[in-house]
Design a protein around this ligand. Sequence first.
Ligand code: AP5
Length: 213
Amino acid sequence: MRVILLGPPGAGKGTQAKTMSESLGIVHISSGDLLRDNQERNTELGNTARSYMQQGLLVPDDLIIGMIEERIGRADASGGYVLDGFPRTVEQAQALAAALERRGESIDRVVNIRVSEEELVARLGGRWICRACQRPYHELNSPPENEGECDDCDGELYQREDDASEAVSRRIRVFAEQTAPLIDYYSGASGFVDVDGEGTIDEVRESLLRAVS
Ligand code: AP5
């Protein structure tokens, strides 16, 4: 099973991709997490991506496409994956289609998660993330059992720099301009599903599992 999760910043892609990948027994591939890992390790890719990410802008397509092609080619992705945050432009979607064709593979489901702008701003403003395993929390909607500490791995929780309000506004605008056209790109294809992302985390999880089953 190969799944793409589409949706604006804060739609719940990371939250849902984590449980979906566990339920389906496939890997979770997040372009944002891969970029942040490159930043932590001070790689050339991470250092180039940093200023784009801090401003809430997209990292150039050629850098992202190479990174994802390398990741989906690894052995643990051979049984399938949930792509979270990629593709984000029509160019990235076309490059993914070409890479999959070369590998004799295809995407089974593209799930678009819909959430209003007001809700996105509230979610991102209260988000905390585990530095070790990247699990997202929300100070009101899904707080950790112990403040500042991940329930799964005891890792330290932090707030992302690009969750500051100015960067959030820019990310939402960038989504509307550069990523929303992907909904049209995929909506005619078989396997495209639209899901309401405004229920509770558990309700959205159920809708998503129904959409991919
Ligand atoms: P990335 O890390 O991909 O960020 P994003 O797409 O902006 O998405 P987020 O991680 O902010 O949100 P999410 O949908 O995963 O929501 P979450 O589950 O955490 O990208 C960051 C940057 O990297 C980009 O700006 C860009 O610079 C660069 N980049 C990455 N990919 C790229 C690409 N392909 N091309 C170019 N550049 C790229 O949930 C949010 C919060 O809401 C959490 O607190 C959560 O607990 C809470 N929540 C979740 N679901 C619910 C619910 N149902 N009800 C209530 N609260 C909920």
